[in-house]
Design a protein around this ligand. Structure first.
Ligand SMILES: Cc1cc2nc3c(=O)[nH]c(=O)nc-3n(C[C@H](O)[C@H](O)[C@H](O)COP(=O)(O)O)c2cc1C
Length: 365
């Protein structure tokens, strides 16, 4: 099966085409460095995949969205984060840092001064308790681009094999791309071209940082969510333009963040064409496409291969069963009961608190 075959990405050899999907653990130390529990969690799940995309890592002091989220916001974090990198790479997986800014989705309890929660525009997320963010001015936008570059340099120094820019799941990069959350009237808002400007500048800046500072091949990926449910949110039409844009950038792969890897539109329910068909068409074979969303069995993997994905990110299934990849490769059925003993306590407790959501998917505690 293609998923278990070795591959090359951005000049780096991978033992297979599986990735551990990025998953926040809420389990860093209080000083936002990786905790021992977290390292154990990663070590167990890194053994059999080609690459591990870390939990979202905040890039500056405005970027933290979750409690105990790890960070690369300044140089002091390079050394502690390098331990996470060594752990992931111990059994041959490549380590990819997911670089993140939460924007208006930041947990307001983490910020004493509500002015520190920023976004493209002062538009509140349509959810209970969401803060109204402060619109970033141009100098802050430019400083944030620099922060993504600086975090990339720290990721290089910490020994990572690549970075993935978190442009999905309604966080800051997506907030700039979305006509719902970006109502700016300057060069960073309005037209699609303008709404892509921030993302493009980050990609260019990060790519330049890699070129200037990495002596070895270094992967650059981009994660995106193809649609938003808000009336004036992101449509597949916008996302096809995003894919065409990505084709011309130095990113080595694009990563679709979906509920189900083979889902169709959440905006146009009459259209049953799986989104992957349109994504592939727009990418025209120019960039590899990574799947994510409900890949749980060998059959799912085989199907995801068939519908045209190149790489396969696995989240919950690997979180629940740390030996998922090995079992699936050997045709053994993975466990569906959360392994309490191999999960950091805050992560396990958080999952348990939302147990209904996971039980509906067939997992148990
Ligand atoms: C506990 C948890 C934490 C997550 N944290 C992140 C994250 O930090 N960054 C991200 O891009 N996606 C995050 N996700 C989304 C997953 O990467 C993935 O897209 C989603 O779980 C669907 O894939 P799955 O069905 O294989 O789990 C998280 C998901 C879970 C369950």
């Amino acid at each position: 099966m293609k998923a278990f075959e070795s591959a090359k990405l951005g000049g780096i050899a991978l033992k297979n085409r599986l990735a551990m999907a990025p998953m926040t653990t809420y389990s860093g130390n209080e000083d936002l460095t990786p905790s021992k529990e977290e390292l154990d969690y990663y070590e167990r799940r890194s053994k059999d995949v080609g690459m591990v995309i870390t939990a979202a890592i905040s890039v500056n002091r405005h970027a933290q969205a979750f409690p105990r989220q790890i960070t690369l916001k300044d140089d002091t974090f390079v050394e502690p984060v390098s331990e996470l990198v060594r752990t992931i790479k111990r059994h041959g997986a490549k380590a990819i840092a997911q670089l993140h800014h939460g924007g208006r989705m930041n947990d307001p309890s983490l910020y004493e001064n509500k002015d520190d929660i920023v976004s493209a525009s002062a538009v509140k997320a349509p959810r209970k308790g969401a803060p109204t963010p402060r619109a970033m001015d141009v100098s802050e936008i430019e400083a944030t681009i620099e922060d993504f570059k600086a975090a990339t340099l720290r990721a290089i120094r910490a020994g990572f094999d690549g970075v993935e820019l978190h442009g999905a799941n309604t966080y800051l990069l997506q907030q700039f791309f979305s006509p719902h959350s970006n109502i700016r009237s300057d060069a960073y808002g309005g037209t699609l071209k303008n709404r892509l400007r921030f993302i493009g500048a980050i990609i260019d800046g990060v790519s330049e940082t890699i070129e200037n500072h990495s002596e070895r091949p270094f992967i650059l990926g981009y994660r995106f969510s193809p649609e938003e449910i808000e009336e004036d949110g992101i449509t597949m039409q916008h996302t096809k333009e995003l894919m065409k844009f990505m084709k011309e950038t130095p990113v080595h792969y694009v990563h679709a963040s979906l509920q189900h890897y083979n889902q169709s539109s959440i905006r146009d329910e009459r259209n049953k064409t799986p989104l992957v068909v349109e994504l592939r068409e727009a990418l025209d074979g120019k960039k590899p496409l990574m799947a994510s969303g409900n890949i749980r069995t060998r059959e799912d993997l085989r199907h995801a291969e068939k519908v045209g994905y190149d790489f396969f990110a696995v989240g919950l299934a690997l979180l629940v069963d740390s030996n998922w990849a090995d079992k699936v490769e050997k045709g053994v059925t993975p466990n569906t009961t959360f392994e309490k003993d191999t999960l950091p306590a805050p992560l396990y407790e958080r999952m348990k608190k939302n147990r209904k959501r996971f039980e509906e998917k067939g997992y148990s505690f």
